[in-house]
Design a protein around this ligand. Structure first.
Ligand code: SAM
Length: 274
């Protein structure tokens, strides 16, 4: 079967999402983002070890809430997306954040993740979340990852997060989402990627995988339907048991996160004879 996965289709569909839902992915309380944190994804990345004032790229940022969070932690962040609407939302969120908390280093740029407008080896961390699963064609996914790897510095990190479509509640969520949201209006079907596949995709590019897990277990409570009460319960559970371990709990991770290190350039051999 030929994957219907031209960049044009994906671009058209994201264009329709933003044109028809102009407030989608807005960040409701940007000034609270540092206090609330961003769950397992950011916790894992911070633990793996970013230098202070790390140079970070989010490739396909959407609302850019993770970029905003990392910038609020003092990192120097570039958030890239093809579309005006999410970039405008993020600029508004940044302004609101800066009004209440002071300046942060967050640059918002237009660009294509398949052809990143940066030189090689620029960033300490290159990541995205909720992007790769929309590309059905594995060659296209490999091309996106290859661009992310190119702009990461040697010894830097590449991190990818996608939804866990093998979650035990997924079939129920799919029915509810198609009944109560307009997701089905858009041709942005998600590919059910696994941690093994993501690990393989990064391995093949010569990276050393340092973290590979299902994350955001407690989001199970509030994934769908979404309500303030369930959100509060999730936050309470996250606070009381920040990282529930064990394979049973892990099955309930709502997202997958794979994080890998670009190997350091080998030092030139000193014993070469002339
Ligand atoms: C689901 S959203 C990301 C969600 C984001 N992580 C958040 O928390 O809001 C996916 C984003 O990827 C962007 N995207 C998809 N393909 C792209 C491409 N080829 N170049 C740049 N951006 C792209 C879309 O425009 C969209 O804003």
């Amino acid at each position: 079967m030929v994957p219907r996965d031209t960049n044009d289709r994906i671009t058209t569909e994201w264009g329709r999402v933003y044109a028809e839902n102009p407030s989608v992915y807005q960040i409701p309380h940007p000034e609270r983002i540092a206090r609330l944190g961003r769950g397992d994804f950011m916790t894992a990345i911070s633990k793996i070890g970013l230098p202070t004032k790390a140079r970070v790229l989010e490739a396909g940022c959407g609302s850019g809430r993770d970029s905003l969070y990392l910038a609020s932690c003092g990192h120097r962040v570039v958030a890239l997306d093809r579309f005006d609407t999410p970039r405008r939302h993020l600029a508004a969120a940044r302004a609101r954040y800066e009004n209440s908390k002071g300046p942060i280093d967050l640059e918002i740029v237009s660009g294509d993740i398949l052809d990143l407008p940066f030189a090689a080896n620029e960033f300490d961390l290159v990541f995205n979340s909720g992007v790769l699963e929309h590309y059905a064609c594995s060659t296209k996914r490999a091309a996106i990852i290859s661009e992310m790897v190119r702009v990461a510095r040697h010894g830097g990190l590449v991190a990818i997060s996608v939804p866990n479509l093998h979650h035990p509640f997924r079939p129920v969520w799919d029915v509810l989402l198609s009944r109560y949201t307009n997701h089905d209006n858009y041709d942005l079907a998600e590919v059910a990627l696994t941690t093994t596949e993501l690990r393989g995709d990064l391995d093949v590019q010569g990276l050393e995988v340092v973290f590979c897990e299902r994350i955001d277990v407690w989001e199970t409570i509030s994934h769908f339907p979404r309500s303030v009460a369930l959100r509060g319960l999730t936050m309470g559970a996250n606070f009381a048991f920040p990282r529930p371990m064990g394979s049973i709990f892990r099955r309930f991770g709502t997202r997958l996160l794979v994080c890998a290190r670009k190997r350091s350039r080998l030092a030139p051999s000193s014993d070469t004879k002339d």
